[in-house]
Design a protein around this ligand. Structure first.
Ligand code: DOR
Ligand code: ZN
Length: 426
């Protein structure tokens, strides 16, 4: 199949390109990128005038729920949702049932992806067996089977000696370790951020310090081992400050923030909508300002969804008993455009880098860039079009989004993965 995309504005953070160029795709690759391309052999011609063309987005943090909770999400449904949101590569977290802590399960994921996914899905392996934090998983065999990174996401590896060993192995294997920073002895029982709103609402709180204690220890172990460490879903001002200082000292550290932690504060919990219940919890306005500042200064490298599908039966439980998590693949780009680009926190190119090139670099994959010879993963977006987030439009099997009813800017019109159109908007 060959595709010619005409008249669009390319925004490519890797080459710093922001120019009107035509794109010719043949097979899986971008073959030509220049002005006024005339390719008679093109089978499909897409008119992208007035649109932008950006690299296929890369999500470092997706919960796909297969195996175990196929009622909530599958590799197939996650790939449809990802394609609708402009993602062409996502990393699936290992907190499935059973967890991805052995090579057979990694092979299972690869096989399911090959059979059922429209986009690229790369498995993250567990740091510890059964995510119990007690014994390290067979990290070498997991890497051989094809994991892209390691994480016990959902849980912090509490034992420092085990975390140290895991970091040493990860360094040897040259693969990033992703830490969910939360000291469970401080957060246990909490359902929202500890502060003014938890007092008003009478809910048990999770203090920011539960995250910051974990971040501080992990930074110390990063220094001790020299391993690359990526901190998932940073949510507080103090965490940003700790990471800022660590970066000044040249630690091999990177981190991410989610769109929901940028767009929503703990005040939203007053609606009692369980789609405001996430882990880490939504924080204060001050924290949100610090996260935005962190993004500006490149203290925060990546925006990742933490797409966490949950069934309606579970999300409809009373607030304290509902599970933590919201879906994010189909709204991430537009929420970022609204909360960061329209408000002038980041330029469009900077925001795109945090959603594509930066995560690709941390993962060590050749993605997140539109250049001749590269794999043709790209997205055509109409920035002028606003759209309403409607529950019935989600392609994800789960509907637990806090953004239902919002009108958001930026409509994905085409998502192209490995040279194939995997999503076409109406
Ligand atoms: O909100 C969350 N949901 N945070 C996590 O760390 C885990 C995730 C899940 O798996 O539901
Ligand atoms: Zn997590």
């Amino acid at each position: 199949m060959s595709i010619l995309i005409k008249g669009g504005k390319i925004i490519d953070p890797a080459s710093q390109c922001e120019d009107f160029l035509d794109v010719f795709i043949s097979g899986e690759k971008i073959k030509k990128l220049q002005k006024n391309l005339k390719m008679k052999e093109a089978e499909i011609i897409i008119d992208a005038r007035e649109k932008i063309i950006i690299p296929g987005l890369v999500d470092m943090h997706t919960h796909v729920r297969q195996p175990g909770r196929e009622d909530e999400e599958t590799i197939k449904s996650a790939s449809l949702a990802a394609a609708r949101g402009g993602f062409t590569t996502i990393c699936c977290m290992p907190n499935t049932t059973p967890p991805i802590d052995n090579p057979a399960l990694v092979r299972f994921i690869h096989e399911e992806v090959r059979r059922n996914s429209l986009i690229e899905i790369l498995p993250v392996g567990a740091i510890t067996q059964n995510l119990e934090g007690k014994k390290i998983s067979e990290m070498g065999r997991l890497k051989k089977a094809g994991v892209i990174g390691f994480s016990d996401d959902g849980k912090w590896v509490v034992n420092s000696q085990i975390m140290r060993r895991a970091l040493e192995y990860a360094k040897m294997l040259d693969i990033p370790l992703i830490s969910h920073c939360e000291d469970p002895s401080l957060s246990e029982g909490g359902v929202m951020n500890e502060g003014y709103w938890s007092c008003v609402l009478g809910f048990p709180g999770i203090p920011g310090e539960a995250e910051e204690i974990a971040v501080a220890r992990d930074l110390a172990l990063c220094r001790l081992t020299g391993c690359r460490l990526h901190i998932a879903h940073v949510s507080t001002r103090e965490s940003v400050q700790l990471i800022r200082e660590a970066k000044k000292r040249n630690l091999k550290i990177s981190c991410e923030v989610t769109p929901h932690h940028l767009a929503l504060s703990d005040e939203e919990v007053k609606t009692f909508d369980t789609n405001t219940k996430v882990n880490p919890p939504l924080r204060s306005h001050e924290d949100i300002e610090a996260l935005k500042q962190g993004l500006k200064e490149n203290v925060i490298d990546v925006i990742a969804t933490d797409h966490a599908p949950h069934s309606p039966e579970e999300k409809e439980l009373e607030y304290p008993n509902a599970p933590f998590g919201v879906i994010g693949l189909e709204t991430a780009l537009s929420v970022v455009l609204k909360t960061l680009v329209q408000s002038g926190v980041l330029t469009l190119k900077e925001a795109i880098a945090k959603l594509s090139l930066n995560p690709a670099r941390i993962l060590g994959i050749d993605r997140g860039s539109i250049q001749e010879g590269k794999t043709a993963n790209l997205v055509i977006v109409n920035l002028k079009k606003n759209w309403e987030v409607r529950e019935e439009d989600f392609l994800s099997l789960s509907k637990n989004s806090p953004f239902i009813g919002w009108t958001l800017p930026g409509k994905v019109e085409y998502t192209i993965c490995r040279g194939k159109i995997v999503y076409k908007g109406e």
